[in-house]
Design a protein around this ligand. Structure first.
Ligand SMILES: NC(=O)c1ccc[n+]([C@@H]2O[C@H](COP(=O)([O-])OP(=O)(O)OC[C@H]3O[C@@H](n4cnc5c(N)ncnc54)[C@H](O)[C@@H]3O)[C@@H](O)[C@H]2O)c1
Length: 352
């Protein structure tokens, strides 16, 4: 194919990041945008010069000019749309969380295995330069064996409301929304070890903090502050078959400091990916901290999406395997489901 025809399903907030990155990729033509709110699809199509705006995913998938699809809809539709798109012969970039249940994730893995196209899960943090640089250090053995890691994303007043706060649509709160990014990046940097068991907890004592004024925050396109059925806070201890442990804490609402952290501890060295890339080790019986000199030592959203979408387009163009296949999304889905199950039961959950 000369240029790759792109269709974007879901024309809300995150679709704009996808569309801007496709628009900057010379191998792409943005062909169509679809949204059940067709005015929103039309506005995004006009904004990015797409020929067609559709009111349904079925119309977009029937468009022969569409070779590959970004799925930017709310969480409850990801798997159904991804399976339909793969079945229509399209390649797929599906936003996180890939799935809300293990059964759904397994169905998508099965669809991916027989599809002519590829599927890439939208773990955008893996594509950030600070992450790819740290991965080269880890893979070269500079940290030795990583036996402990921490993944933190604490928001003081960060509940987006709307469908994000409706468990029946989203599948959960900060754990499935932002926790999935931080658990995935830590797991990937740890070398993707096999999960053995999970102990988790959730809390909902603070609420969505919809009363807070004078503070701009990420809002769902259909924000309605009246409904909130998701946790405020979640945490977990995840054990792997190589003996390593990953400690997680994430929140939408918390009386404490906003914080992001991805930290790795190995027997030869350690590292912080977030809040800022640093490597900790020792040389000549002296403790040293390495501060890699790169354009950005933290995660930046526009650059992360550009790298993610450039990687997806290159794989579709070259016919190479997905860098982030549905099998990775299945592992994340199993971890998230086990954390919620452990929180509900109060017991450790063995992950098969
Ligand atoms: N990678 C990231 O950092 C990141 C950041 C934000 C959101 N997200 C993910 O992106 C997805 C969308 O989030 P958002 O913030 O853009 O939400 P949003 O509410 O702003 O937009 C979702 C859009 O999908 C449309 N939609 C819903 N069901 C549809 C269907 N069946 N067919 C077509 N359109 C449909 C809605 O009308 C809406 O316009 C979510 O899964 C979210 O988890 C990822």
């Amino acid at each position: 194919m000369s240029t790759i025809g792109i269709g974007v399903v879901g024309a809300g907030n995150i679709a704009e990041f996808h569309l801007a990155a496709y628009a900057a990729n010379p191998d792409v033509e943005i062909v169509a945008v679809a949204d059940i709110a067709v005015d929103r699809a039309r506005a995004r199509a006009d904004q990015f010069g797409a020929a067609s705006a559709y009111a349904s995913v079925e119309e977009l998938l029937a468009d022969p000019a569409v070779d590959a699809v970004s799925i930017c809809t709310r969480n409850d539709t990801h798997v159904q749309i991804a399976i339909a798109a793969l079945g229509a012969g399209k390649s797929v970039l599906v936003e996180k969380p890939m799935a809300r249940t293990v059964a759904d994730a397994e169905a998508l893995v099965a669809a991916e295995a027989v599809a002519p196209g590829i599927l890439q899960v939208g773990y955008v943090r893996r594509w950030s330069t600070n992450a790819t640089v740290l991965k080269t250090f880890v893979d070269a053995g500079d940290l030795g064996e990583v036996y402990y890691a921490k993944a933190t994303c604490l928001r003081r007043a960060g509940n987006p409301g709307g469908w994000f706060a409706d468990r029946s649509v989203s599948g959960g709160g900060p754990l499935i929304d932002v926790g999935v990014h931080f658990i995935d990046i830590a797991w990937w940097l740890m070398g993707m070890p096999t999960v053995v068991s999970v102990t988790g907890f959730t809390s909902d004592r603070v609420g969505d903090r919809g009363n807070i004024e004078n503070l701009t925050r990420w809002r769902s396109s259909d924000h309605d502050a009246s409904e909130n059925t998701v946790e405020d806070l979640a945490g977990a201890v995840i054990r792997f078959d190589n003996g390593a442990v990953l400690n997680v804490d994430v929140s939408y609402s918390l009386h404490g400091r906003d914080e992001v952290g991805v930290r790795l501890y190995g027997d030869r060295g350690g590292a912080e990916l977030e809040p800022e890339l640093l490597v900790f080790t020792e040389q000549h019986d002296t403790i040293v901290t390495l501060a890699p000199q790169i354009d950005s030592t933290t995660f930046e959203m526009e650059a992360g999406f550009q790298n993610e979408i450039d990687g997806f387009v290159a794989a579709v163009r070259d016919g190479t395997p997905s860098a982030v296949p549905a099998t990775h999304g299945l592992v994340m889905t199993k971890i998230l489901a086990a954390i919620y199950e452990s929180a509900a039961s109060g017991h450790e959950v063995v992950v098969a």
